[in-house]
Ligand binder design. Structure first.
Ligand code: GLU
Length: 465
């Protein structure tokens, strides 16, 4: 069975590059009826925080990429790492190294002078335990000859000469196992068949393969996906860019739109631009992932989001809009109570009218507010719109619509048409003041549809005031 994993280090929030890697690992497992495992790589005690763990878990929930197993935590597996280190020491694939920092420094200086690439010269392996009080580190005995070759599922054949690889420290002098080693033991114990991760890990892969080989363990397949860069080709940074997944939630992006956009950044399936996660899983293959870095284009993301908003059912959008208002209860208290009064189905119908006009949930929520704010205070200078003439038009218009017996959209449209014809009025002459009087804003979808939603009583009520 195919088993993939996503293995974030909890040293910060979930980065969009991480989300993309998680998506590919999840989709690959889904596509192949496999399992997707979540592993929190928290051995770096100084940099890992519980807040980061929580924010990563929250982001995974928001993205709707549920693991089939996990989260597993490396810090709970320390005994297992020690067990393997002991085994390797016994079998001779690892050895203690007592060299001090200064000694290693001197060794490197000398190698440089001799024009050799700096590398640990194995003096502790050859000369046995030193008579010293220094607590040793444990080093992996990397093969000295040959090379490590793997057929990367994204980048094709990759080869590293063993001459290039140092004897990696697998346990520090305080006994704490190191990153590359823990990854290997975890991938082995968790029976990972496909390691899909960012290509910043390409250099770690030959070291990890060598350790797996020393343990006589099966070697998983590796697929290294390219980095996501800024639009100008520079690396993304926390300082300048929105790199956290949850920042996109705050911008009103739908999770499936973010995933759709991230997927498209470095993967393609024909000309398909907009797709559901179900379609993506059906189409996804690592062969179609591009090996070169992708550039993040926020405008394109909002465009993708707009397309997804149109496809999302109004009931879900209603819940998301309510969630936005509820988060700032003090500010939207009145709006929320009017939604309750008018019925939330009105909000759904309103969303149907507004969603084609916006590209994010915050705008959607903002554009719904005026409907639920009777007698709003106009946010614009309305003196030149609500002129005496305009007031007169509105007064006549009230009489006209008062006569509508059955409040249907069709009848409202007919009534408006008739009103304009009889009084020789152009639509904007009515529309502008009417919008302002009913909703306190000039920017709304078709006012006949909004009047229909408001209902006759409320329409007249608002116009009467
Ligand atoms: N913990 C690593 C990271 O957050 C990922 C390791 C891996 O996927 O092998 O970059």
């Amino acid at each position: 069975m195919i088993r993939t994993r996503f293995a974030p280090s909890p040293t910060g929030f979930l980065h969009i590059g991480g989300a993309r890697t998680a998506l590919f690992s999840w989709a690959y497992a889904q596509r192949n009826q496999g399992k997707f495992i979540l592993r929190i790589e928290d051995t770096d005690i100084e940099r890992s925080t519980t807040e980061s763990v929580q924010s990563i878990l929250d982001a995974m929930v928001w993205l709707n990429l549920p693991p089939d197993e996990g989260p597993y935590y490396q810090t709970s597996r320390m005994n297992r790492y020690q067990e393997i280190i002991q085994r390797m020491l016994t079998e001779g694939s690892a050895y203690y190294c007592y060299c001090s920092k200064q000694e290693l420094e001197q060794m490197r200086e000398q190698q440089k002078l001799q024009g050799i690439k700096p590398k640990y010269d194995r003096r502790c392996l050859h000369h046995g335990q030193k008579n010293t009080n220094t607590k040793p580190v444990v080093r992996f005995k990397n093969p000295e000859t040959g090379s490590v070759i793997w057929h990367d599922l994204v980048k094709g054949k990759i080869e590293f000469s063993n001459l290039e690889l140092d004897d990696l420290i697998i346990a520090r002098s305080d006994g704490v196992p190191t990153y590359n080693f823990c990854v290997v033991v975890d991938d082995l114990d968790m029976n990972i068949t496909h390691v899909i991760r960012g290509d910043d890990h390409v250099n770690n892969t030959p070291r990890q393969i060598n350790i797996l080989q020393a343990l006589n363990a099966p070697i998983p397949l590796y697929g290294h996906v390219p980095m996501i860069l800024r639009e100008d080709g520079e690396k993304m940074s926390k300082r300048r860019d929105a790199v956290s997944v949850m920042q996109y939630k705050a911008m009103g992006i739908l999770p499936e739109a973010l995933l759709n956009y991230l997927a498209k950044l470095c993967w393609g399936y024909g000309d398909e631009e907009i797709f559901t996660m179900e379609q993506f899983v059906n189409w996804f293959d690592l062969n179609n992932v591009s090996g070169s870095p992708a550039r993040f284009d926020i405008k394109k993301l909002f465009w993708v989001n707009a397309q997804h908003l149109k496809l999302t059912n109004n009931n879900r959008l209603k819940d998301l809009v309510l969630e936005i208002w509820q988060q700032d209860n003090a500010k939207y208290n009145q709006v929320l109570s009017h939604v309750e009064q008018y019925g939330s189905d009105k909000l759904e119908q309103l969303i149907e009218l507004i969603k084609p006009r916006v590209d994010n949930l915050n705008s959607l929520a903002n554009n719904c507010i005026y409907f639920f704010t009777p007698f709003p205070i106009a946010d614009i200078d309305c003196a030149n719109i609500l002129t005496n003439d305009a007031q007169q038009i509105l007064t006549k218009f009230v009489d006209q619509i008062n006569q509508i017996n059955v409040w249907t959209l069709e009848n409202i449209k007919l009534s408006i048409k008739e009103f304009c014809q009889t009084n020789q009025i152009k639509m904007p002459q009515l529309g502008m003041p009417l919008r302002l009087q009913l909703f306190g804003t000039k920017e709304t979808p078709a006012f006949d549809a909004l009047m229909y939603l408001l209902g006759k009583d409320e329409t007249l009520n608002r116009l009467g005031k």
